[in-house]
Design a binder for this molecule. Structure first.
Ligand SMILES: Cc1cc2nc3c(=O)[nH]c(=O)nc-3n(C[C@H](O)[C@H](O)[C@H](O)COP(=O)(O)O)c2cc1C
Length: 165
């Protein structure tokens, strides 16, 4: 039986998913920074935001807990490409893995994270101006970086909820 959800969130989207899931399952969502409050080997669901294809906080959580499901939260829409990138960069079992599209909000980023994403925005804008905006994937990314987007929804948790029931 899963006892807790442990989540690591930087700008709030993973936190939002963790709270939605906690409410659905009737268990607590614990912030990664309070992880020491939970006893070792507890059964948990782990949720972490993605930075450069790495699920943040996962490797430390894997050392401490028995993880029943892993959710990674990124800005990209779900696709085979993103799933494969995550498998290549993280130690995750396919049958326990769920990709969730979170969102993006430049206002909520600080320090180096904000600088990196501002650079990314400029690079994508330049690329798109060269090919006259004819790249759907890049146009979508630029829109997200410029205007922000929140894709968190209970519907996105359905595959995970179905697997747990
Ligand atoms: C420095 C940085 C790197 C990122 N790298 C990726 C990435 O590789 N793939 C992806 O889908 N999203 C990436 N993102 C977007 C975040 O994963 C996305 O905004 C996510 O919803 C953040 O979750 P949080 O609000 O819980 O922190 C990156 C964001 C930042 C700031």
């Amino acid at each position: 039986m899963t006892k807790y959800i442990v989540y690591k969130s930087n700008s709030g989207f993973t936190k939002k998913y963790a709270e939605l899931l906690a409410n659905e399952l009737g268990i607590s969502a614990i912030n990664y920074s309070d992880m020491e409050e939970i006893e070792k080997d507890s059964d948990i669901i782990f949720m972490g935001w993605i930075m450069a294809s790495k699920i943040q906080g996962l490797s430390k959580a894997q050392k401490k807990f028995n993880i029943n499901a892993i959710c990674s939260v990124g800005m990209a829409p779900p696709s085979e490409k993103i799933t494969n990138e995550i498998f290549a960069n993280n130690n995750v079992e396919e049958n326990k893995f769920f990709y969730l599209q979170g969102g993006f909000d430049m206002q909520k980023l600080k320090g180096i994270y904000k600088i990196l994403m501002q650079i990314m925005e400029k690079v994508i804008r330049k690329k798109l101006s060269k090919n006259k905006g004819e790249d759907e994937e890049l146009s979508y990314m630029l829109d997200m970086l410029e205007n922000g987007m929140d894709c968190v929804s209970i519907e996105n948790l359905k595959p995970l909820l179905d697997s747990l029931r």
